[in-house]
Design a protein around this ligand. Structure first.
Ligand SMILES: NC(=O)c1ccc[n+]([C@@H]2O[C@H](COP(=O)([O-])OP(=O)(O)OC[C@H]3O[C@@H](n4cnc5c(N)ncnc54)[C@H](O)[C@@H]3O)[C@@H](O)[C@H]2O)c1
Length: 305
């Protein structure tokens, strides 16, 4: 498997997971357009690739607008002559419980994640279709989007929506040979470093030690590099037949997420009036009630911090 001759854009790749994706794509042979809002991290990220013999260029611009999306595609074409791979990874958090979340908290997260994914994929797909390139679109979701998460109205909303868009794009782009998949990562980065539950894992990583197996195996929580292999694989020719999927990865764990399906259907001639529901609904929902959120097992004593 090689990405030699291919050109990739990774949004928000100055640090964290995006940086790991950009570095792995470059290691596999792709030329990479690194992007971030932060100039120092963006140029350092590109340098970390070129210093190791890879090809990379940095575009400092905030993902969200159509202008930035077009600027990124143009940068790939100007620097390397084409575009094969887009990874929409740029992200921010503005966590607050619903009744404390203000419009700005909501709009900021919608703009970067949802609008940023939409505008970048639209620009990349238009270029790929026009140039008959069987490209790869890889969008980043989150367990919070798959299952909901306390304090993350904005974030869980956009991450669920991203997977919804990916399903639609996999249908719309199939004829052009372009695949669209979602990756659902879990990793120790600035985003997760402050969560007390993961303190022992983050501490091990900072010391350059292997993370305890409880995190890597039981929780599927590892380093950013643990996620990068899947992104590079989905970007390759080997994954030409994979589209419309949501694949989770973290630590030692790889997961195929289901797409929502009705788990039970009940029929009543004439339809479901309030009276009919009043009679039957309690038993139906008791037998088929769905869970929300992610539940973590209790931390073993030796990993308590
Ligand atoms: N860390 C995890 O466990 C985890 C889990 C699920 C999903 N994710 C998702 O993975 C992605 C990367 O997360 P991370 O943990 O590496 O976070 P991070 O905060 O370390 O990195 C995000 C990067 O995006 C950049 N960025 C922010 N707004 C931008 C914009 N408008 N345009 C361009 N760049 C912008 C930031 O400057 C930063 O470098 C995000 O989409 C996040 O939601 C992360």
């Amino acid at each position: 498997m090689s990405l030699e001759g291919k050109v990739a854009i990774v949004t928000g790749s100055g640090r964290g997971l995006g940086l790991a994706y950009a570095q792995e794509l470059a290691r596999q042979g792709a030329a990479v357009v690194v992007n971030d809002v932060d100039e120092n991290t963006a140029t350092a990220a590109a340098a970390s690739i070129t210093d190791n013999g890879g090809r990379a260029t940095a575009v400092v611009a905030p993902v969200g607008s159509t202008e930035t999306a077009e600027q990124l595609v143009q940068a790939a074409v100007e620097a390397y002559g084409r575009l094969d791979i887009l990874v929409t990874n740029a992200g921010v958090l503005r966590d607050k419980v619903l009744w404390k979340m203000n419009d700005d908290d909501f709009d900021t997260v919608v703009n970067v994640h949802l609008r940023g994914t939409f505008t970048c994929v639209r620009a990349a797909a238009a270029y790929m279709r026009e140039n008959e390139i069987a490209g790869r679109i890889i969008c980043i979701g989150s367990p919070a989007g798959q299952r909901g998460n306390f304090g993350q109205t904005n974030y869980s909303g956009v991450k669920a929506a991203i997977v919804g868009m990916v399903r639609t794009w996999s249908m719309e782009l199939r004829k052009a040979g372009i695949t669209a998949n979602a990756v659902i990562p879990v990793a120790a980065t600035a985003m997760t470093a402050t969560m007390p539950y993961f303190a022992a894992a983050v501490e091990a990583e900072q010391k350059g030690e292997a993370m305890p197996p409880f995190f890597r195996h039981d929780l599927g929580f590892g380093t950013a590099d643990d996620v990068a292999g899947l992104v590079a694989y989905l970007a390759s020719d080997a994954a030409a037949g994979v589209t419309g999927q949501a694949i989770g990865v973290g630590g030692d764990r790889l997961q195929v997420w289901s797409h929502p399906e009705p788990v039970f259907s009940a029929y009543r001639e004439g339809g479901w009036s309030v009276a009919a529901l009043d009679e039957a609904f309690g038993d139906i929902i008791d037998a088929h009630r769905q869970s929300v959120g992610e539940t973590f097992p209790p931390l073993p004593d030796e990993l308590q911090r």
